[in-house]
Design a protein around this ligand. Structure first.
Ligand code: UD1
Length: 394
């Protein structure tokens, strides 16, 4: 059972769904959508873009405080899990849906006289920002503690999990030798941590031919200004948008930037709500638009001279695409995007951001390489390991 709830989950379950659906696969995928995100452009459009079937189960949870949302997902998921009894529950990333479904699966018991529950699989395990004020950090830590199979996208994740006491570790699942695990895992080798690469990049690699043909400006209804660099912006994290001062600071920066660049800012619903309190947002060169679908957004990323973001996944996509990225945060749980990729951390300060923008744009070319195992085959490695573990268990 593949669990998805919020926008950044859909492109992570897609490669797993495709892999599990291949002819000859010995596992049958079902999709469960918690409904954490529900607007068409935050959810359904992604299913269409990725040619995913409608979810087999939809919990229709919607918005609320973190605790309300998590609790509602847990109650509804408990019912579905007990009725459908999958062999494995795969959760991805770090959103509230990830934590809620992992926790329910850890506590379910299908047979009264023996402990029997689905295997808990966490894809994108081990990432740590070491910032306990981020809801995602709490979700990641707890989910990892509950999981049986922990699939990691970059070496920092392996180090973090080792430090937290995980001892069964595969440093890199090797497909070439067809040798997925050193030997058949017994239940005692769980929890098992494995470096497999990045499913989000699998999705990007697979969709790139379609993305290259796509003109995102058709949908946007305005054209590319060929005389100015294109800067793509996404900002939605509570730390940047929930405090009026921080959001105002960000908007001032974008107003200044729009004098030199064509700035496109697809506005997340959380940010949109907060922006209502700012009076005049229209400036020449600054385009505030509705959230975009997966393909349109990727098409814009490939054309951008620079991306400014506070998202997790976009730090990785820009690194894979070789597009410079400024991340408006104090920390990142994805350090490889800085050490090897194209990412830079900048604090939410107008002068600091504008300086970094000029610096990046004046270099003109991008330094950085695509991390090891971000090769479009992470889902293959993951499904290979899950198959071995499940078939061994039966
Ligand atoms: C969630 C994730 C975050 C991820 C982000 C991507 C958690 C803790 N956070 O944050 O990690 O980066 O998704 O988008 O799970 N809303 C709508 N329509 C929707 C969805 C949300 O209008 O389809 C509005 C609601 O008013 C809601 C607010 O956006 O209260 C925030 O949504 P929520 O799911 O609570 O968290 P995100 O900020 O989207």
């Amino acid at each position: 059972m593949l669990v998805a709830g919020a926008r950044p989950n859909f492109m992570k379950i897609a490669p797993l769904y495709w892999e599990l659906s291949k002819p000859g696969s010995r596992l049958v995928p079902v999709i469960l959508h918690t409904g954490q995100h529900y607007d068409d452009n935050m959810s359904d459009e992604f299913f269409r873009d990725l040619s995913l079937p409608s979810p087999d189960f939809h919990l229709g949870i919607g918005s609320g405080t973190h605790s309300q949302q998590t609790a509602r997902i847990m109650e509804a998921f408990d019912r579905v899990l007990n009725e459908s009894r999958p062999d494995a529950v795969i959760v991805v990333g770090d959103v509230n849906s990830t934590l809620a479904c992992a926790l329910v699966t850890a506590k379910v018991n299908f047979t009264p006289d023996a402990y029997s529950r689905p295997l808990i699989v966490h894809v994108e395990a081990g990432l740590r920002s070491f910032d306990g004020s981020m809801p995602e950090e709490i979700n990641r830590r707890v989910t990892d503690q509950l999981s049986d199979l922990l699939f990691v996208s970059e070496p920092s994740g392996i180090e973090n999990l080792r430090r937290e006491g995980f001892s069964h570790v595969i440093e890199g699942v090797d497909l070439r030798q067809g040798q997925i695990l050193p030997d058949h895992p017994s239940p005692s080798s769980l929890p098992l941590v494995a470096l497999v690469g990045n499913v989000m990049i699998d999705c990007l690699v697979r969709m790139m031919p379609v993305v290259k043909k796509k003109n995102p400006f058709t949908r946007l209804g305005f054209s590319r200004d060929p005389d100015r660099p294109l800067v793509l912006v996404t900002i939605h994290r509570p730390s940047n948008v929930d405090h009026a001062e921080n959001l105002a600071q960000m908007m001032e920066t974008l107003f200044a930037l729009a004098r030199e660049a064509q700035v496109i800012f697809p506005v997340h619903p959380r940010t949109r709500k907060r922006l209502d309190s700012i009076n005049r947002l229209d400036r020449p060169g600054l385009h505030l638009v509705e959230p975009l679908g997966y393909l349109d957004f990727l098409a814009l990323q490939t054309r951008a001279s620079l991306v400014i973001t506070d998202s997790g996944g976009i730090q990785e996509e820009t690194t894979a695409l070789g597009v410079p990225c400024l991340t408006i945060r104090e920390n990142t749980e994805r350090p490889i995007t800085i050490f090897e990729g194209t990412n830079r951390l900048v604090r939410n300060d107008r002068v600091a951001i504008l300086e970094s923008v000029r610096d990046v744009l004046s270099i003109g070319e991008c330094r950085g390489k695509c991390p090891k195992l971000w090769d479009g085959r992470a889902a293959e490695r993951i499904v290979g390991v899950i198959e071995r573990v499940l078939l061994h268990a039966h």
